[in-house]
Ligand binder design. Sequence first.
Ligand SMILES: [Mg+2]
Length: 230
Amino acid sequence: MNQYKVVLLDADMTLLDFHRSEREALSKVLAAHGLPCGGGVIAAYSEINDGLWKAMARGETTQSALVVERFARLVKLLGSSEDPEVLNREYEQGLGREGHLLPGALEFCQRLRDGGLELAIATNGLPAAQWGRYRGTGLDRVVPHLLVSVELGAQKPQKEFFDRALAALGVSDRSTVVMVGDGLETDILGANRAGIDSIWYDPAGKPLSGPAVPTFTAASYDGICALLLG
Ligand SMILES: [Mg+2]
């Protein structure tokens, strides 16, 4: 397995506990505007948001539209007249302050780095949120590169995202690159389109579904290390 020299790492739910960040940042914004912020509201937002990100992966909306649309739908659901653009801006700022690593994530990155692999985070998230959490969690001290979709002008699973990410890293031999991530429709499908190998990180043991075909599947950080360092 030592053909790999470069590891592209997904951020959310691969290294970072996005659900916790989302919950905490969202409930603070809603509370600040006098809106209900219980578990039911958070779950409703989450469903709206997930649906819109999937629609974006299918090419049906854009990131700049979806971030406002998710709050437009939420305030409608709550019967509120708050400005969705304001809510989204405050939420994105809050998200950058709510960095929570998944247990063992930093040590996992350190092991890969100590094994001589070049690491880069390759993420579809929003720049303010991703850069804030990258620095706030100390990932920036172990992973030297952060590549964010908005800044690259393309997002996973678009081939262009990977083309631009690899160009930014100065990598030309794609056989030396592996994408590691939990998202079949983003990380793995994108790797397929870009002609690079992939490891589907599947800690919940979900069955494979959809058109994406991972090169490998691993259920734990140890499993990924065994594939990349073994
Ligand atoms: Mg992910």
